[in-house]
Design a protein around this ligand. Structure first.
Ligand code: PEP
Ligand code: MN
Length: 337
């Protein structure tokens, strides 16, 4: 339930209302915006008399919230969430470009790619150390060593790193990682979501292959319910009847999520497309529909990549794309932006 207060509400009456609700076991999430103060009532509100609250002097409006997610809900938190990562921000009008190889293959490889993507305008380095592969016989990632190589690339370039956590037991190794990625296959691994909710690094949750918006937001809610509000959502394509592309990129997710949640929205055109030549049009489409950023796979030698070569851009193809994305983004912000 959401209670919108009148502009000129009296502090004493507000405190009276808050303690009355708290006595009923309701937790209050207060959001002070420019225009309104909003109380988010979390807990079992089913027994509250909505008409009684609406009749209070300080109350402008009361609404029952149907959505099961509260912390991730824009209704409770009208302003966009902006997440500070190193010197860069995710959300709040910036365009975050995360780029790098699917998998970390060696220190030289990841350092060279990091330098190249940084020079083109990338703001974060991606790279998998622990890889969720469909086949147990495929390259599974370098594990802990891969994390060390990512950190070496960060030390060389200053780019913050985003990398996938596959299992709760790996969490102690992720202390130095800047953003923890939860992969599509783990979007509903609730124990993993709870674990990252109890630590304070930002968490990027990729959309499950067949997850609805609500299921995806409930995964964000798991993390936030644990106390970690630094959650980023990443659309990476969903599975449909179409088999030409690896997945089907759902660009509608961007404006829909923008309406439903205050969390930043990143788009991964690489895993959506599965083909390198589709990455550019899909990435441009993502910026045009309002994404806060992109996650793009870049490999120095895609033909010999240990994972996802066919969808990886060479640094020389990534460079003009990154520039176009930044130009489109600043054009969309208008002359004031
Ligand atoms: C990845 O980013 O390397 C990855 C495995 O992505 P997803 O979880 O979206 O398949
Ligand atoms: Mn990949």
């Amino acid at each position: 339930m959401i209670v919108v207060l009148k502009h000129n509400h009296n502090q004493e009456q507000l405190e009276g209302l808050v303690s009355w609700l708290q006595e009923k076991g309701i937790a209050i999430h207060t959001s002070i915006g420019e225009a309104n103060t909003i109380l988010g009532l979390v807990g079992d509100t089913s027994k509250l008399d909505i008409d009684l609250i609406a009749a209070l002097d300080i109350v402008e409006d009361v609404k029952r919230v149907q959505e099961p997610y509260k912390n991730a809900n824009r209704k409770f938190h009208p302003e966009d969430t902006v997440i500070q990562v190193g010197d860069t921000q995710i959300g709040g009008g910036t365009l975050t470009i995360m780029a790098g190889p699917c998998s970390v293959e060696s220190e030289e490889q990841v350092v060279a790619i990091a330098k190249a993507v940084k020079a083109s305008g990338a703001t974060m380095l991606r790279g998998g150390a622990f890889k969720p592969r469909t086949s147990p016989y495929a390259f599974q990632g370098l594990g802990e060593k891969g994390l060390e190589y990512l950190k070496a690339a960060r030390a060389e370039t200053g780019l913050p790193i985003v990398t996938e956590l596959m299992d709760v037991t790996q969490l102690p190794l992720f202390k130095d990682v800047d953003v923890i990625q939860i992969g599509a296959r783990n979007m509903q691994n609730f124990d993993l979501l709870k674990a990252v909710g109890h630590q304070d690094k930002p968490v990027m949750i990729k959309r499950g292959m067949s997850a609805s918006y609500e299921e995806w937001l409930m995964s964000a809610e798991y993390v936030m319910a644990g106390g970690n509000e630094k959650v980023i959502l990443c659309e990476r394509g969903i599975r449909t009847f179409e088999s030409y592309t690896r997945n089907t990129l759902d660009l509608a997710a961007i404006p829909v999520l923008r309406k439903l949640t205050h969390l930043p929205i990143i788009v991964d055109p690489s895993h959506a497309a599965g083909k390198y030549w589709l990455v550019e049009p899909l990435a441009m489409g993502a910026v045009a529909t309002g994404a806060d950023g992109l996650q793009i796979e870049v490999h120095n030698d895609p033909a010999h990549a240990l994972c996802d070569g066919p969808q990886s851009l060479k640094p020389e193809a990534f460079d003009p794309l990154a520039r176009k994305l930044l130009a489109l983004h600043s054009w969309m912000k208008g002359p004031e932006g």
